[in-house]
Design a protein around this ligand. Structure first.
Ligand code: APR
Length: 256
């Protein structure tokens, strides 16, 4: 594993230590090391012949709910088996130093599983189901899925339930977006972790952060469209960089 660039790491630790509030914007990359493929990578093998429109749209669910549930049950099993990794755990541990809000594009629920307490889920949560008729929601236990079980129905009205996920063409949940924006206004340090910064409106949050006064730190092994605009770019995996930053904060004398 490559060492973090010392200059960039020190700048990141200083910004985190000086911050009163931290916002972390996270994407698929933070869960990659749990063995959870990104949406695009996951379209291999059995699923290669389906496009996102076949799997993650309200029209696909209306047409072929078995296929859509098959896809999400398969992803639930991958998530349950993968579990949290050191990157998720480090963001949870960062709360020992400062208030941290997480605004995530991930639907896997792994930030909560790692113990983070303040999470805005911009694209929903794969463990929550929502009735397609009366909108009642229910949250399932994190466990590998029974792929042969009958399709789930609402306990209240009996209509089919769907994963409570933002599908292509749907609006983001207004409350999660508002909490992300509020987090952005209040934070003096913004961590951008494991996102390609290409999918809007989440990518717009990063652009707003860059345009504002907060120090923006990107953690990503690859360059993204915002890498040259952020204050600090840590070219490393989340599970390597984030624990290193938290360890440096743990070792530093407390500052308020
Ligand atoms: N640590 C940090 N970043 C990583 C790691 C890692 N170990 N591995 C990969 N990455 C980076 C990649 O370099 C890439 O920039 O994570 C990013 C993942 O990009 P995307 O797959 O585009 O994920 P994301 O930005 O979350 O996509 C947003 O698109 O598919 C839809 O709705 C889905 O929420 C998803 C949205």
């Amino acid at each position: 594993m490559t060492e973090l660039d010392t200059h960039a790491r020190d700048a990141a630790v200083r910004a985190l230590a000086d911050a009163r509030r931290i916002l972390a914007l996270t994407g698929a990359g933070i869960s990659a090391e749990s063995g959870i493929p990104t949406f695009r990578e996951a379209q291999t093998g059995l699923w290669a012949r389906f496009s996102p429109e076949d799997l993650a749209t309200p029209e696909a669910f209306a047409r072929e709910p078995e296929r859509v549930w098959g896809w999400y049950r398969w992803r639930r099993t991958l998530i349950a088996r993968g579990g949290v990794n050191a990157g998720h755990e480090a963001l949870a541990a960062l709360e020992h130093h400062r208030p941290v809000r997480i605004a995530t594009q991930n639907v896997d629920g792994l930030h909560a599983a790692a113990g983070s307490s303040d999470i805005a889920e911009l694209h929903g949560n794969i463990w929550r189901e929502r009735c397609s008729a009366c909108a009642t929601t229910a949250t399932m236990a994190v466990a590998p899925a029974d792929e042969d079980a009958p399709l789930p129905v609402c306990s209240r009205c009996g209509a089919p339930t769907r994963p409570d996920i933002v599908w292509f063409g749907e609006m983001l949940p207004a409350d999660a977006l508002a909490r992300a924006e509020q987090g952005l206004n209040e934070a003096d340090c913004v961590l951008v972790v494991g996102t390609s910064n290409r999918v809007y409106p989440a990518a717009a949050l990063v652009e707003t952060a860059i345009a504002g006064p907060a120090t923006v730190i990107e953690v990503n092994p690859e360059a993204t469209p915002v890498s040259t605009a952020v204050d600090v770019a840590l070219r490393a995996s989340a599970s390597h960089a984030l624990p290193a930053l938290v360890a440096a904060l743990d070792a530093a004398p407390a500052r308020r």
